[in-house]
Write a protein that binds this ligand. Structure first.
Ligand code: 0X9
Ligand code: ZN
Length: 423
């Protein structure tokens, strides 16, 4: 036992004057206690060798709020030194990020005895396209594939339209996944939801009622280029992959590119930042495709859902200002009920509230844009977890994370159907 422990320490650490620096990428949790700590963390996190996991951008770092920072092995020594110099304590959240990344990609169990299903694994982009094709053929009476546009790198943006009985167009729900590349649980949930819907339509009363009363449009990956890049090049990638004319930095944050107080405080006009808002509202083909599609069905779409991770939150407008939404009370009750159902069924806590007031100011988001278009029920769901694994949620957690999200989606949809008396 001791032999293995010592071996582990020796192979993973370079021991230098009793200080142990690992040779693996790690994630630290740091809570700034003083304004000076906040400033220092802002500086550290804007260094490109680190990736800020939480909050989304350095200017949202505040006193006493946990900061989650991904630190590649190469930058650990100077950062630890800096934290020590300023007496800022840190907790290692993930000691070996690389190992978790590999586990997330260990996709295809060739072991026939393996008990995990296709939906309890993460899938690369090509496989998701293949899945879209296969599932829509297999369930052609329930599913229709609609091409709504293409990405910067010309990857198709496919929407799956789910419908129950009757051929007439109904009021609709829109749900998108994978706006942010690194949030892998999000596309996994859209796939989970579609599979659940086609499998249990006419078997489970809740999904049968939803699909009989409303069509559901599902976009499994809004940011295919970013998602692909996060599989191949950089697991921590968030933005799309659009090139900037006079800057070598790549990518726009699609959730800052919608027309809702676009590019104001809470987003950045610097292409090198994670929350870069782009050149103008809907400058990105992915955001434009979604906006155009929803705009053309604006009288039909009654519920807008956007799936993200992580932090276990059910968010509703506004995130682009501190203003209260006209139907705040209704949105609050709907989110509260969804959180309560998750608590009852899965014993897990989800916070809920208006974006800017309860969480942070973040303009240019799709949820606020949809709300301002007249979609009175608009939510962003941030799935598991609470920071234990963050974006590197192990495949063994997919099932519970998706079951919780499914509970929230069904509860929200049924609530909207009840309130607006769709039939
Ligand atoms: O900052 C975001 O875009 C979302 N959080 S994440 O950690 N997944 O990046 C929150 C979006 C909330 N809604 C708006 N900002 N409109
Ligand atoms: Zn996100």
């Amino acid at each position: 036992m001791w032999f293995f422990l010592i071996q582990l320490v020796l192979t993973s650490c370079l021991i230098e004057k009793y200080k142990c620096t690992t040779t693996t990428d790690q994630v630290f949790s740091i809570t700034p206690r003083l304004q000076g700590d906040v400033e220092l963390l802002k500086n550290v996190s804007s260094m490109h060798e680190t990736v800020l996991w939480q909050p989304a951008s350095p200017d949202q770092i505040t006193i006493n709020a946990e900061v989650h920072l991904f630190i590649p092995a190469s930058s650990q020594k100077p950062i630890i030194k800096l934290l020590q110099r300023y007496d800022i304590t840190h907790r290692v959240l993930l000691a070996n990020a690389q190992e978790l990344i590999e586990a997330q990609k260990r996709n295809y169990s060739t072991d026939p005895r393996s008990s995990t299903s296709y939906y309890e694994r993460y899938h690369p982009l090509e496989d998701i396209y293949h899945w879209i094709n296969k599932t829509s053929r297999e369930y052609s009476e329930r599913l229709q594939v609609i091409l709504i546009g293409s990405s910067v790198e010309k990857q198709p943006l496919f929407v799956l339209k789910l419908s129950g009985k009757g051929n007439q167009p109904k009021k609709a729900i829109w749900m998108d996944c994978g706006i942010h590349a690194r949030e892998w649980i999000s596309p996994a949930f859209c796939m989970w939801f579609v599979q659940y819907s086609v499998m249990y339509y006419n078997q489970h009363s809740d999904i049968t009622e939803i699909l009989d009363k409303m069509d559901v449009y599902v976009l499994p990956v809004m940011n295919p280029d970013g998602y692909k890049y996060s599989w191949i090049e950089n697991r921590m990638w968030r933005k799309n992959r659009s090139r900037n004319v006079d800057n070598t930095c790549v990518g726009t944050d699609l959730n800052r590119n919608f027309d809702a107080n676009w590019c104001t405080k809470g987003s950045s006009d610097n292409p090198c930042d994670e929350t870069y808002c782009g050149r103008f509202p809907e400058s990105e083909p992915e955001a434009a495709a979604v906006s155009n599609f929803i705009r053309s069905r604006k009288d039909l779409v009654k519920l807008y859902l956007s799936i993200h991770s992580y932090s276990q939150m059910l968010i509703f407008p506004y995130s682009c200002s501190y203003q209260e939404a006209p139907n705040h009370q209704e949105l609050y009750e709907i989110a509260q009920e969804a959180a309560m159902k998750i608590k009852i069924h899965y014993k897990n806590n989800y916070k809920f509230g208006a974006g800017a007031k309860s969480f942070y100011l973040a303009p240019g988001g799709s949820d606020d844009w949809a709300y301002n278009l007249g979609i009175d029920y608009s939510f962003t769901f941030e799935l598991q977890d609470n920071g234990r694994y963050g974006f590197l949620l192990p495949p063994s957690h997919i099932s519970k994370a998706c079951s919780e999200a499914l509970t929230a989606v069904k509860s929200t949809a049924l609530n909207v159907i009840k309130r607006r008396r769709f039939s």
